[in-house]
Write a protein that binds this ligand. Structure first.
Ligand SMILES: Cc1cc2nc3c(=O)[nH]c(=O)nc-3n(C[C@H](O)[C@H](O)[C@H](O)COP(=O)(O)OP(=O)(O)OC[C@H]3O[C@@H](n4cnc5c(N)ncnc54)[C@H](O)[C@@H]3O)c2cc1C
Length: 307
């Protein structure tokens, strides 16, 4: 396994106390228009700020929503993964993009609107927004990216960093194997479907796997999730996972990591994992869910960002 060289990054050039002003230049739906889980692609123009050219794909940008919370205190920053490549959206270093889901929830009959995600999704082209960053120093592609193969697992807006990373890899003539496993409830919720399908058509070494949990059923009647792809699409994934120079990146809903790690363990891909406690002395089939959740950690070959 070659050494993994991560780039040096600048962090927190702008902070919540010292925000930069960005201008919205794009805000469009990047799922199907009739998706119940509508997601928007948002591009910020950071021209003239100290942030220009500073965001690397994999890092996050902070957004400070205006107004106050119910206690009368100013709202806090929320982080959003950068979905543009390091050289910037459309190759322009003053443009940085993200991928936002409106976070709304109904609890006991009361409907709660997520403060920041709805604020961002409602912004119009030309609107100004307070931003911070960059944030994140490990969730990055290696500078020696050609030395590796990649398996990316995303649920929902977890796709954001992989749009940037996959653009970046292939624009630089990536020669290894890369697979993207994307999970969502319905076909209408697939994010950036056109971009990734076209990438798969163009590049023999890019594999695009969609796992649709609420529409399709596996032969045994169970649901397709990102972690079941390790079995369901093993003809594509096993040869990549078996290579000694493959890295795994996963991003999305908190909790997704346990299923992926457990399935990797069951298939014998232990090198991607750091097993704590007495897990290593037992068969993965004997582990309980709680043990797996608590005691399986990512190894140096695995990069995790869940929220
Ligand atoms: C590193 C990182 C990267 C991220 N990347 C992305 C990304 O790329 N895209 C993305 O969309 N998100 C991303 N997130 C999540 C994002 O930061 C926000 O957490 C998310 O948008 C919700 O923020 P909000 O202000 O809209 O919701 P909040 O106002 O913070 O509310 C959170 C949730 O709680 C519910 N809620 C509010 N009040 C109550 C209440 N009283 N009782 C019960 N429920 C309530 C809301 O409906 C909402 O679902 C990322 C997070 C991290 C940490």
């Amino acid at each position: 396994m070659p050494d993994i060289h991560l780039p040096e990054v600048e962090l927190n050039i702008h902070t919540p106390k010292n925000t930069a002003e960005a201008t919205i230049v794009e805000n469009y739906v990047c799922t199907a228009e009739n998706s119940p889980n509508i997601i928007r692609h948002i591009t910020f123009d950071i021209s003239g700020t100290a942030l220009e050219g500073k965001f690397r794909t994999g890092q996050s940008i902070g957004v400070l929503p205006p107004g106050e919370n119910e206690k009368g205190r100013p709202h806090k920053i929320r982080l959003y993964s950068v979905s543009s490549p390091t050289k910037g959206e459309k190759g322009k270093k003053h443009l940085v993009s993200t991928t936002v889901k409106r976070a709304n929830e109904e609890v006991d009959g009361t409907f709660y609107l997520g403060v920041c995600s709805n604020y961002i999704c409602n912004l119009k082209v030309g609107d100004k927004v307070k931003v911070t960053g960059p944030s994140g120093k490990r969730y990055l592609l290696p500078t020696n990216f050609q030395d590796f193969n990649y398996v990316f697992f995303a649920t929902g807006t977890g796709i954001a960093p992989f749009r940037g990373m996959i653009m970046e890899l292939f624009e630089q003539g990536f020669k290894g194997e890369a697979a993207l496993v994307f999970g969502c409830p319905y076909r209408t919720d697939v994010i950036y479907p056109k971009y990734f399908s076209e990438m798969e058509e163009k590049h023999e070494n890019f594999h695009y796997i969609k796992m649709i949990s609420r529409e399709d059923r596996r032969p045994d009647g169970s649901k397709y999730y990102v972690q079941t792809a390790i079995d369901d699409r093993s003809e594509t994934l096993t040869p990549i996972l078996e290579k000694e120079n493959t890295l795994i990146y996963l991003c999305g809903m908190k909790g997704m990591e346990t299923g992926i790690y457990w399935n990797l363990a069951q298939k014998g891909f232990l090198d991607y994992l750091d097993l704590r406690g007495d897990l290593a002395s037992k068969s993965p089939l004997e582990w309980s869910w709680d043990e797996a959740k608590k005691l399986i950690k990512p190894s140096a070959r695995t990069f995790e960002e869940v929220y």
